[in-house]
Write a protein that binds this ligand. Structure first.
Ligand SMILES: C[S@@+](CC[C@H](N)C(=O)[O-])C[C@H]1O[C@@H](n2cnc3c(N)ncnc32)[C@H](O)[C@@H]1O
Length: 217
């Protein structure tokens, strides 16, 4: 069962397990998660909120038989000032209470599933500083993984932050990897980000506002 609630800008869909999405066109995210089969690297989501998009990534990987992937979900929560759209910095409702609800709900959902989930309470820039040499995964052996097969950009929605994220992930994304951008209607994605992606060797896979996906050729 799910309940649909609308606020000014967002459609929120709440599932009975408390996990929630806040946007639309998630088929683009699901298609991207399915397109990375065979591409080495981590899956990473920047901006997790109540875990709805992470749940979609997990379900898509499993449906596709792409088992054993590590999914890192990066989100600071803490009700800090957030780049909600270009030029608009505000506190939303991304509180530490939301963090603890999401940790409970998402780990419960992922428990026993063949996807290795890591919820990491950091903002994008702190993650980049601390894990520039890779993220350590412990599974019989220690592996320091510095490749990303899938990145979902859904944290800060302003050009400066998205550009910094692109700079970090570009050298760490192998051929065939997928990037998905959310809320492309909240900052000048088509004018400022997409041309940069083309210049860096990315090709558009799908676009349906508010999401767009690209693959590295
Ligand atoms: C639009 S919501 C994410 C929605 C979620 N991906 C979904 O589709 O259900 C944005 C999230 O980004 C987080 N956030 C804010 N600033 C961030 C930053 N600098 N780095 C990473 N995440 C950030 C917020 O705490 C919030 O949970």
């Amino acid at each position: 069962m799910s309940i649909l609630t609308h606020n000014i800008r967002k459609i929120k869909k709440v599932f009975s397990d408390g996990i929630e999405v806040d946007s639309s066109s998630y088929e683009i995210l699901s298609g991207a998660a399915k397109a990375i089969k065979g591409v080495p690297g981590l899956c990473l989501e920047m901006g997790t909120r109540r875990g709805g998009s992470a749940k979609i990534i997990i379900n898509s990987l499993i449906e596709n038989g792409d088992l054993g992937r590590s999914l890192l979900c990066i989100d600071p929560y803490g009700d800090i000032v957030h780049a909600n759209e270009e030029g608009k910095f505000d506190r939303v409702d991304y509180t530490n209470r939301m963090r603890s609800d999401t940790m409970r709900n998402l780990y419960k959902f992922a428990h026993g599933k063949p996807v290795d989930l890591y919820l990491i309470t950091l903002e994008d820039t702190e993650y980049f500083k601390r894990f520039a040499d890779g993220y350590p995964i412990y599974n019989k052996e220690k592996q320091l993984i510095n490749k990303y097969a899938l990145v979902f950009f859904d944290g800060p929605h302003d050009i400066e932050s998205v550009m910094k994220e692109i700079e970090f992930f570009q050298p760490r994304s192998p051929k065939g990897s997928l990037w998905v951008f959310d809320d492309i209607n909240k900052y000048p994605h088509d004018e400022a980000i997409e041309p940069k992606l083309f210049e860096l060797g990315w090709k558009l896979v799908a676009k349906k506002s508010p999401k767009a996906s690209y693959t590295k050729i």
